[in-house]
Design a binder for this molecule. Structure first.
Ligand SMILES: Cc1cc2nc3c(=O)[nH]c(=O)nc-3n(C[C@H](O)[C@H](O)[C@H](O)COP(=O)(O)OP(=O)(O)OC[C@H]3O[C@@H](n4cnc5c(N)ncnc54)[C@H](O)[C@@H]3O)c2cc1C
Length: 312
Protein backbone atom coordinates (compact mmCIF):
# COMPACT_ATOMS: atom_id res chain seq x y z
CA UNK A 1 0.00 0.00 0.00
CA UNK A 2 1.30 3.46 -0.85
CA UNK A 3 2.12 5.52 2.23
CA UNK A 4 0.98 9.15 2.16
CA UNK A 5 2.62 12.24 3.61
CA UNK A 6 1.54 15.87 3.92
CA UNK A 7 4.37 18.33 4.35
CA UNK A 8 3.38 21.72 5.79
CA UNK A 9 5.63 24.41 4.32
CA UNK A 10 7.65 24.57 1.11
CA UNK A 11 10.84 26.06 2.52
CA UNK A 12 14.22 24.36 2.24
CA UNK A 13 13.29 21.76 4.89
CA UNK A 14 9.83 20.94 3.55
CA UNK A 15 10.87 20.60 -0.09
CA UNK A 16 13.87 18.45 0.85
CA UNK A 17 11.69 16.17 2.94
CA UNK A 18 9.23 15.84 0.06
CA UNK A 19 12.03 14.90 -2.35
CA UNK A 20 13.50 12.38 0.10
CA UNK A 21 10.16 10.74 0.91
CA UNK A 22 9.21 10.45 -2.77
CA UNK A 23 12.53 8.71 -3.43
CA UNK A 24 11.54 6.05 -0.89
CA UNK A 25 8.07 5.53 -2.37
CA UNK A 26 5.87 7.90 -0.39
CA UNK A 27 3.07 9.81 -2.07
CA UNK A 28 3.63 13.39 -0.94
CA UNK A 29 1.65 16.64 -0.95
CA UNK A 30 3.32 19.88 0.15
CA UNK A 31 0.98 22.60 1.43
CA UNK A 32 2.47 26.12 1.23
CA UNK A 33 0.60 29.18 2.43
CA UNK A 34 2.34 31.62 0.05
CA UNK A 35 0.39 32.13 -3.15
CA UNK A 36 3.52 32.31 -5.30
CA UNK A 37 7.23 31.82 -4.86
CA UNK A 38 9.06 35.08 -5.29
CA UNK A 39 12.86 35.15 -5.53
CA UNK A 40 13.38 34.50 -1.85
CA UNK A 41 15.91 35.94 0.56
CA UNK A 42 19.56 36.62 -0.08
CA UNK A 43 22.37 34.07 0.17
CA UNK A 44 23.25 31.04 2.24
CA UNK A 45 26.37 29.10 3.02
CA UNK A 46 25.94 25.38 2.44
CA UNK A 47 28.35 23.45 4.60
CA UNK A 48 29.58 19.86 4.41
CA UNK A 49 26.50 18.42 6.17
CA UNK A 50 24.02 20.26 3.93
CA UNK A 51 25.98 19.44 0.78
CA UNK A 52 26.08 15.74 1.68
CA UNK A 53 22.30 15.79 2.11
CA UNK A 54 21.85 17.39 -1.30
CA UNK A 55 24.03 14.59 -2.75
CA UNK A 56 21.72 12.03 -1.10
CA UNK A 57 18.73 13.77 -2.70
CA UNK A 58 20.41 13.49 -6.11
CA UNK A 59 20.96 17.26 -6.35
CA UNK A 60 24.69 17.54 -5.63
CA UNK A 61 25.74 18.34 -9.20
CA UNK A 62 22.93 20.86 -9.73
CA UNK A 63 23.81 22.77 -6.56
CA UNK A 64 27.54 22.74 -7.25
CA UNK A 65 26.83 24.46 -10.59
CA UNK A 66 25.10 27.23 -8.60
CA UNK A 67 27.74 27.64 -5.94
CA UNK A 68 31.35 28.76 -5.72
CA UNK A 69 33.30 25.65 -4.68
CA UNK A 70 36.62 27.38 -4.15
CA UNK A 71 35.65 29.76 -1.37
CA UNK A 72 38.37 30.35 1.19
CA UNK A 73 37.91 32.90 3.92
CA UNK A 74 38.03 33.54 7.61
CA UNK A 75 37.41 35.97 10.41
CA UNK A 76 38.61 39.57 10.48
CA UNK A 77 38.55 42.57 12.77
CA UNK A 78 36.58 45.62 11.69
CA UNK A 79 39.85 47.24 10.58
CA UNK A 80 40.48 44.28 8.26
CA UNK A 81 43.19 42.46 10.21
CA UNK A 82 42.76 38.71 9.89
CA UNK A 83 42.06 36.79 13.08
CA UNK A 84 41.72 33.33 11.52
CA UNK A 85 41.89 31.93 7.98
CA UNK A 86 40.06 28.95 6.51
CA UNK A 87 41.31 27.53 3.22
CA UNK A 88 38.88 25.72 0.91
CA UNK A 89 41.52 22.99 0.43
CA UNK A 90 41.77 22.47 4.20
CA UNK A 91 38.01 22.11 4.53
CA UNK A 92 38.01 19.71 1.59
CA UNK A 93 40.67 17.54 3.24
CA UNK A 94 38.98 17.62 6.66
CA UNK A 95 35.34 17.32 5.66
CA UNK A 96 35.38 16.00 2.09
CA UNK A 97 34.01 19.23 0.65
CA UNK A 98 34.46 22.97 0.98
CA UNK A 99 31.52 25.17 2.00
CA UNK A 100 29.78 26.98 -0.86
CA UNK A 101 27.79 30.18 -1.07
CA UNK A 102 24.54 30.03 -3.06
CA UNK A 103 21.67 32.38 -3.63
CA UNK A 104 18.74 31.13 -1.57
CA UNK A 105 16.44 31.50 -4.60
CA UNK A 106 18.72 29.24 -6.66
CA UNK A 107 18.63 26.52 -4.00
CA UNK A 108 14.86 26.85 -3.70
CA UNK A 109 14.43 26.60 -7.46
CA UNK A 110 16.56 23.44 -7.63
CA UNK A 111 14.51 21.82 -4.84
CA UNK A 112 11.20 22.84 -6.46
CA UNK A 113 12.41 21.60 -9.84
CA UNK A 114 13.03 18.13 -8.35
CA UNK A 115 9.32 17.72 -7.60
CA UNK A 116 6.74 16.99 -10.29
CA UNK A 117 3.91 19.46 -10.94
CA UNK A 118 1.04 19.07 -8.54
CA UNK A 119 3.08 17.98 -5.50
CA UNK A 120 3.32 21.52 -4.11
CA UNK A 121 -0.02 23.26 -3.53
CA UNK A 122 0.45 27.00 -3.07
CA UNK A 123 -2.01 29.34 -1.36
CA UNK A 124 -2.74 26.50 1.10
CA UNK A 125 -2.57 27.66 4.71
CA UNK A 126 -2.72 24.85 7.25
CA UNK A 127 -4.98 25.75 10.19
CA UNK A 128 -5.48 22.46 12.05
CA UNK A 129 -3.53 19.21 12.50
CA UNK A 130 -4.20 16.20 14.73
CA UNK A 131 -1.89 13.49 16.01
CA UNK A 132 -3.67 10.94 13.79
CA UNK A 133 -2.76 12.78 10.63
CA UNK A 134 -5.88 14.87 9.96
CA UNK A 135 -5.00 18.18 8.31
CA UNK A 136 -7.25 21.16 7.59
CA UNK A 137 -6.17 23.99 5.34
CA UNK A 138 -7.60 27.09 3.72
CA UNK A 139 -7.35 27.07 -0.05
CA UNK A 140 -9.08 29.35 -2.56
CA UNK A 141 -11.52 30.64 0.02
CA UNK A 142 -12.67 27.30 1.44
CA UNK A 143 -11.53 24.86 4.08
CA UNK A 144 -10.17 21.54 2.81
CA UNK A 145 -9.72 18.43 4.99
CA UNK A 146 -7.22 15.72 4.21
CA UNK A 147 -5.57 12.79 5.97
CA UNK A 148 -2.06 11.34 5.68
CA UNK A 149 -0.03 8.56 7.27
CA UNK A 150 2.65 11.12 8.07
CA UNK A 151 2.39 14.88 8.57
CA UNK A 152 5.58 16.94 8.63
CA UNK A 153 5.58 20.38 10.20
CA UNK A 154 8.19 22.23 8.16
CA UNK A 155 6.46 25.57 8.60
CA UNK A 156 9.29 27.63 10.00
CA UNK A 157 10.10 29.36 13.28
CA UNK A 158 6.52 30.51 13.90
CA UNK A 159 5.21 27.01 13.16
CA UNK A 160 1.46 26.47 13.38
CA UNK A 161 2.02 22.71 13.65
CA UNK A 162 4.29 23.13 16.69
CA UNK A 163 1.83 25.54 18.35
CA UNK A 164 -1.13 23.18 17.79
CA UNK A 165 0.50 19.91 18.84
CA UNK A 166 3.06 21.15 21.34
CA UNK A 167 0.92 23.78 23.14
CA UNK A 168 3.20 23.55 26.17
CA UNK A 169 6.25 24.56 24.11
CA UNK A 170 7.74 27.97 24.78
CA UNK A 171 7.17 30.53 22.03
CA UNK A 172 10.20 31.56 19.94
CA UNK A 173 12.15 34.42 21.47
CA UNK A 174 13.79 37.48 19.98
CA UNK A 175 17.47 37.44 20.82
CA UNK A 176 18.17 41.17 20.75
CA UNK A 177 19.99 41.16 17.42
CA UNK A 178 18.79 42.76 14.20
CA UNK A 179 20.20 41.39 10.94
CA UNK A 180 20.30 42.89 7.47
CA UNK A 181 21.00 40.92 4.29
CA UNK A 182 21.64 41.87 0.70
CA UNK A 183 23.04 40.71 -2.64
CA UNK A 184 25.01 43.18 -4.76
CA UNK A 185 24.81 43.33 -8.52
CA UNK A 186 27.84 41.77 -10.24
CA UNK A 187 30.98 42.75 -8.38
CA UNK A 188 34.00 43.28 -10.56
CA UNK A 189 36.87 42.70 -8.14
CA UNK A 190 38.04 39.64 -6.25
CA UNK A 191 36.61 39.28 -2.80
CA UNK A 192 37.48 36.81 -0.07
CA UNK A 193 34.66 35.37 2.05
CA UNK A 194 34.90 36.74 5.58
CA UNK A 195 33.08 37.56 8.75
CA UNK A 196 34.33 40.72 10.43
CA UNK A 197 33.71 41.41 14.09
CA UNK A 198 33.60 44.35 16.39
CA UNK A 199 31.92 44.84 19.75
CA UNK A 200 28.18 44.22 19.30
CA UNK A 201 28.27 43.97 15.51
CA UNK A 202 29.39 41.69 12.68
CA UNK A 203 29.48 41.86 8.90
CA UNK A 204 29.87 38.86 6.58
CA UNK A 205 30.45 38.60 2.82
CA UNK A 206 30.33 35.59 0.51
CA UNK A 207 30.98 35.58 -3.28
CA UNK A 208 28.28 33.85 -5.35
CA UNK A 209 28.91 31.86 -8.50
CA UNK A 210 27.55 34.51 -10.87
CA UNK A 211 29.84 37.26 -9.61
CA UNK A 212 27.38 38.82 -7.18
CA UNK A 213 28.22 39.14 -3.47
CA UNK A 214 25.93 38.01 -0.66
CA UNK A 215 26.46 39.95 2.56
CA UNK A 216 24.89 40.10 5.98
CA UNK A 217 25.21 42.47 8.91
CA UNK A 218 24.07 42.02 12.49
CA UNK A 219 23.88 44.55 15.31
CA UNK A 220 22.93 44.01 18.95
CA UNK A 221 19.74 46.06 19.11
CA UNK A 222 16.31 46.01 20.71
CA UNK A 223 13.65 44.46 18.42
CA UNK A 224 11.81 46.87 16.18
CA UNK A 225 14.77 49.01 15.12
CA UNK A 226 12.95 52.27 14.37
CA UNK A 227 14.94 53.18 11.26
CA UNK A 228 13.14 53.37 7.96
CA UNK A 229 16.37 53.89 6.01
CA UNK A 230 18.25 50.61 6.36
CA UNK A 231 21.20 51.61 4.19
CA UNK A 232 21.71 54.83 6.20
CA UNK A 233 21.59 52.80 9.43
CA UNK A 234 24.18 50.38 8.05
CA UNK A 235 26.42 53.11 6.71
CA UNK A 236 26.35 54.78 10.13
CA UNK A 237 27.42 51.54 11.87
CA UNK A 238 29.75 50.01 9.27
CA UNK A 239 30.94 53.04 7.27
CA UNK A 240 34.33 53.00 9.04
CA UNK A 241 34.91 49.25 8.65
CA UNK A 242 37.44 47.77 6.25
CA UNK A 243 36.97 47.67 2.49
CA UNK A 244 34.84 46.74 0.72
CA UNK A 245 32.16 46.78 3.44
CA UNK A 246 30.93 50.37 2.90
CA UNK A 247 30.94 49.86 -0.89
CA UNK A 248 28.95 46.60 -0.65
CA UNK A 249 26.23 48.41 1.30
CA UNK A 250 26.13 51.29 -1.17
CA UNK A 251 26.01 48.98 -4.20
CA UNK A 252 23.03 46.95 -2.98
CA UNK A 253 19.54 47.79 -4.18
CA UNK A 254 17.34 45.76 -1.82
CA UNK A 255 18.20 45.24 1.84
CA UNK A 256 16.25 42.74 3.97
CA UNK A 257 15.91 43.26 7.72
CA UNK A 258 14.97 40.71 10.43
CA UNK A 259 14.88 40.80 14.20
CA UNK A 260 16.54 37.45 14.91
CA UNK A 261 14.39 34.86 16.63
CA UNK A 262 15.11 31.37 17.88
CA UNK A 263 13.56 28.50 19.78
CA UNK A 264 15.64 28.62 22.94
CA UNK A 265 13.84 25.86 24.88
CA UNK A 266 14.39 22.55 23.06
CA UNK A 267 11.40 20.24 22.75
CA UNK A 268 11.80 16.83 24.38
CA UNK A 269 10.57 15.13 21.19
CA UNK A 270 9.95 16.21 17.63
CA UNK A 271 7.39 13.45 17.02
CA UNK A 272 3.78 13.13 18.17
CA UNK A 273 1.68 10.31 16.72
CA UNK A 274 1.73 10.71 12.94
CA UNK A 275 3.31 14.18 13.11
CA UNK A 276 6.98 15.16 13.03
CA UNK A 277 8.61 18.61 13.09
CA UNK A 278 11.74 19.56 11.19
CA UNK A 279 13.92 22.54 10.38
CA UNK A 280 13.11 25.85 12.05
CA UNK A 281 9.72 24.53 13.20
CA UNK A 282 11.62 22.07 15.39
CA UNK A 283 14.77 23.93 16.41
CA UNK A 284 15.13 27.41 14.93
CA UNK A 285 18.63 28.58 15.80
CA UNK A 286 20.44 31.88 15.53
CA UNK A 287 22.14 32.24 12.15
CA UNK A 288 25.65 32.83 13.51
CA UNK A 289 26.81 29.29 12.72
CA UNK A 290 25.16 29.36 9.29
CA UNK A 291 23.53 26.02 10.09
CA UNK A 292 19.73 26.56 10.02
CA UNK A 293 19.21 25.52 6.40
CA UNK A 294 21.93 22.88 6.62
CA UNK A 295 20.24 21.32 9.65
CA UNK A 296 16.84 21.48 7.93
CA UNK A 297 18.39 19.47 5.07
CA UNK A 298 19.80 16.97 7.55
CA UNK A 299 16.45 16.55 9.29
CA UNK A 300 14.73 15.97 5.96
CA UNK A 301 17.18 13.34 4.75
CA UNK A 302 17.29 11.49 8.06
CA UNK A 303 13.50 11.48 8.37
CA UNK A 304 13.00 10.24 4.82
CA UNK A 305 15.55 7.47 5.35
CA UNK A 306 14.13 6.39 8.69
CA UNK A 307 12.38 3.03 8.71
CA UNK A 308 10.67 4.32 11.86
CA UNK A 309 9.14 7.36 10.12
CA UNK A 310 6.08 8.02 12.27
CA UNK A 311 2.89 6.39 11.01
CA UNK A 312 -0.74 7.27 11.82
C1 LIG B 1 19.56 36.61 8.59
C2 LIG B 1 19.57 35.11 8.40
C3 LIG B 1 20.66 34.51 7.77
C4 LIG B 1 20.71 33.09 7.64
N1 LIG B 1 21.81 32.52 7.05
C5 LIG B 1 21.91 31.15 6.98
C6 LIG B 1 23.06 30.52 6.39
O1 LIG B 1 24.01 31.15 5.92
N2 LIG B 1 23.10 29.15 6.37
C7 LIG B 1 22.07 28.40 6.88
O2 LIG B 1 22.17 27.16 6.84
N3 LIG B 1 20.97 28.98 7.41
C8 LIG B 1 20.85 30.32 7.48
N4 LIG B 1 19.74 30.91 8.02
C9 LIG B 1 18.68 30.04 8.56
C10 LIG B 1 17.80 29.46 7.47
O3 LIG B 1 17.30 30.50 6.67
C11 LIG B 1 16.62 28.69 8.09
O4 LIG B 1 17.09 27.87 9.14
C12 LIG B 1 15.96 27.80 7.03
O5 LIG B 1 15.45 28.59 5.99
C13 LIG B 1 14.81 27.01 7.67
O6 LIG B 1 14.09 26.33 6.66
P1 LIG B 1 12.67 25.73 6.96
O7 LIG B 1 12.27 25.02 5.71
O8 LIG B 1 12.70 24.97 8.23
O9 LIG B 1 11.72 26.98 7.24
P2 LIG B 1 11.31 28.22 6.31
O10 LIG B 1 12.34 28.52 5.30
O11 LIG B 1 10.90 29.32 7.23
O12 LIG B 1 10.04 27.69 5.51
C14 LIG B 1 8.77 27.56 6.14
C15 LIG B 1 7.71 27.57 5.05
O13 LIG B 1 6.45 27.25 5.64
C16 LIG B 1 5.45 28.11 5.14
N5 LIG B 1 4.37 28.16 6.13
C17 LIG B 1 4.39 28.75 7.37
N6 LIG B 1 3.23 28.54 8.01
C18 LIG B 1 2.45 27.79 7.18
C19 LIG B 1 1.12 27.25 7.29
N7 LIG B 1 0.36 27.44 8.38
N8 LIG B 1 0.62 26.54 6.25
C20 LIG B 1 1.38 26.34 5.12
N9 LIG B 1 2.64 26.83 4.96
C21 LIG B 1 3.17 27.55 5.98
C22 LIG B 1 6.18 29.45 4.94
O14 LIG B 1 5.49 30.28 4.03
C23 LIG B 1 7.53 28.96 4.41
O15 LIG B 1 7.52 28.82 3.00
C24 LIG B 1 19.64 32.30 8.11
C25 LIG B 1 18.52 32.93 8.69
C26 LIG B 1 18.48 34.31 8.85
C27 LIG B 1 17.26 34.97 9.48
Amino acid sequence: MVRTAVVVGAGIGGLSAAIGLRRTGWQVTVLERAATFRPAGAGLVLQANGLRCLEVLGLGAAIREQGRVDVSGGTRRSDGRWLARIEAGGLERALGTSAIGVHRAALHEILLGALPDGVVVTGAQVVAVTEDGEVAYQHQGRQVMTHADLVIGADGVHSTVRRLLWPEAAAPVRIGVTAWRGVTPTWDSDLVAAISWDRGAEFGMVPLVDGRIYWFAAINAAPGDPTDDDKARLRARFGGWHNPIPALITATNTVLRDDLTCVDQPLTTYVKGAVALLGDAAHAMTPNLGQGANQALEDAVVLAASPAAPMG
